[in-house]
Design a protein around this ligand. Sequence first.
Ligand SMILES: [Zn+2]
Length: 105
Amino acid sequence: MPVGDQKKKNRWLPLSLLATAFAGVGVVLFRGCWHRKMSWPVRSAGYCYQVCTGCGIKRLFDEELFRAYGPYSYDLDRLIAAKRDQQLTPKTIPEPDVSEHRTAS
Ligand SMILES: [Zn+2]
């Protein structure tokens, strides 16, 4: 039966599409928000990030590539820590040597 054979073949396409869709489900678990409306990138402590206008979750943002990257988190400190651990971008942000330059005021 050539017709039945063709049907069987076509079933793989929607299945693979579903698999791709499910990859983003973890993100949706946060208050059922898709984080589709992200704020304009905000700069803080040398890091650039976006905030979801729906639920307030944050995500790091690359100003040069002009796109968000890395995991979502409500805790910006956690995002920065994750970035430092994984070295998501080769750029190194110079860290001010605060302890050495503490002057007597
Ligand atoms: Zn959101």
